[in-house]
Design a binder for this molecule. Structure first.
Ligand code: TRP
Length: 478
């Protein structure tokens, strides 16, 4: 069954086809990486975690953990040329490693499915906002009206469910056709268009009095504010204690935003042309992803401060801020519609990468048709997504929470802060310690020079140690 397992060290090829060029691989990976994580999640978790110092930790995580682990994940994928589950199986045989390493592929399939369930709900919000923007609902609206519109929207579970359903169908359609088909073309011009539109928004933000306040919030680190939580006790004494939580959120987000730790980038790597440089592709993907996140922050925080809004507003942040800008700027109805439309496309090209590992595996091992596999996974994720839909209305009350978290909060915490870092840790360990140096050097098309040595140092020691320290610290073990 596991095609390629008997080929041992000979070059494998993917039964699912290949990207038509290395440029298309980069675009597809950027399509996966750039999504709600950059434009919706990065700004709101930055707001919740106090700004600059959090951003700095996030950037350090991207550079020291994200880059080497992305190289590792693409490398494993291209070496195995199958779905993550079978790729890991084949690599375990090649390297005569312990079979337990194959669990990595399984963990990824489950993680992707859990993420897709809530990702689709939030993408549904963005979809609804395309139509809202087009209808002119934001024109001249105040911050209060915009906030009331958003609250009203979330409080109607059936309409949120409908948008979630539409987005999930869109995702299933693309995955059913094979990720290469329409996606390649769409991604080629939509991603650059989104980038340009973000520049327009940042341009608008510059015209606001609070632009420098916004930049300050994002880029001047105040470690005490972020990492010490102070409380005034009953006796009136202020007590402060260190908290590692923002560091875990930054670490988890580095994985989330780069699509790392669950096999999405691995499966995309398995479709990568043999002659393309993995390291160069990685730098391009990471640069694009980071630029989009920072631009989104630079557009949003000036709007937050110039309207006296709450930076820590949570998951609704972009839906409560950007519409104010669209309502006030010339051509805002047009730009607003286009912006949310491009956000939906960005989310779309990310969502498909969340179930591609599972679908590729069902096709390989169960001889399922792509269509059936995509529908099966999509329907399962859709059902679980109902929990997230209800987290913002019927089930938002404290009596429905566990550890003070709604279903959405729990899924987000479990996937981004726990499962992705763990997956990434094991990917790093496998690529750095289990895979032979000759195999990794061969696949990276590198000689034993500075570049390879740096990567090897990062992936063997530095990334695993950092992930382990942050992780165990935040869950209270060290
Ligand atoms: N990276 C995407 C974003 O920022 C989300 C995403 C797509 C993802 N595929 C993934 C996250 C795989 C983790 C793992 O929106």
């Amino acid at each position: 069954m596991t095609r390629g397992a008997d080929l041992m060290t000979e070059k494998r090829s993917s039964i699912h086809g290949q990207w038509s060029s290395r440029f298309i691989f980069i675009l597809a990976a950027v399509g996966s990486a750039v999504g709600l994580g950059n434009i919706w999640k990065f700004p709101y978790i930055t707001g919740e975690n106090g700004g600059g110092a959090f951003v700095l930790v996030y950037l350090v995580c991207i550079a020291l953990i994200g880059v080497p682990i992305m190289i590792a994940e693409i490398l494993l994928g291209r070496r195995g040329r199958q779905s993550p589950i079978n790729t890991m199986r084949s690599l375990v045989q090649d390297e005569q490693a312990h079979p337990a390493w194959s669990l990595l592929g399984w963990g990824g399939v489950i993680t992707g499915f859990l993420i897709l369930s809530y990702y689709s709900v939030i993408a549904g919000w963005a979809l609804a906002y395309v139509f809202r923007a087009a209808s002119g609902a934001f024109n001249g609206a105040t911050a209060e009206t915009i906030a009331a519109q958003f609250d009203g929207f979330l409080s109607a579970p059936l309409s949120v469910l409908a948008w979630h359903s539409i987005f999930m169908v869109m995702t299933m359609v693309v995955v059913a056709r094979g990720v290469r088909g329409g996606l390649e073309k769409a991604v080629t011009f939509l991603m650059p268009a989104l980038f340009v539109l973000l520049l327009v928004l940042v341009g608008y933000a510059m015209s606001l009095g609070a632009f420098s306040e916004g930049l300050d919030f994002l880029f001047s680190p105040n470690f005490e504010k972020v990492f010490y939580h102070c409380e005034v006790t009953a006796a009136g004494v202020e007590q402060c204690r260190f908290t590692g939580e923002p560091m875990l959120v930054a670490l988890g987000h580095a994985f989330f935003t780069l699509s790392l730790g669950m096999g999405a980038i691995m499966v995309y790597g398995s479709y990568m042309p043999a002659n393309a440089s993995i390291a160069r592709a990685t730098f391009a993907i990471v640069a694009a992803d980071t630029a989009v996140a920072l631009l989104a922050g630079m557009a949003i925080f000036p709007i937050v401060f110039s309207n006296g809004l709450e930076a820590a507003a949570g998951p609704g942040l972009i839906f409560q801020t950007l519409p104010i800008a669209f309502g006030a700027m010339p051509g805002g109805q047009f730009f607003g519609t286009l912006f949310f439309l491009l956000l939906v496309f960005a989310a779309w090209s990310s969502a498909i990468s969340l179930i591609e590992p599972a679908v590729a595996w069902l096709v390989e091992n169960h001889g399922m048709k792509r269509v059936s596999a995509a529908v099966l996974m999509g329907v399962l994720a859709w059902i679980l997504g109902i929990g997230t839909v209800l987290s913002f209305n019927l089930l938002s009350g404290e009596e429905f929470q566990l550890f003070g978290k709604t279903i959405f909060d729990l899924l987000d915490y479990l996937t981004a802060n726990i499962l992705l870092p763990l997956g990434g840790l094991f990917i790093a360990l496998f690529a750095g310690w289990i895979m032979s140096r000759s195999a990794s050097m061969d696949e990276l098309r590198m000689r034993d020079g500075m570049g390879y040595k740096t990567w090897s140092l990062l992936v063997r020691y530095i990334s695993p140690l950092l992930v382990a320290i942050v992780f165990f610290n935040a869950i209270g073990i060290i």
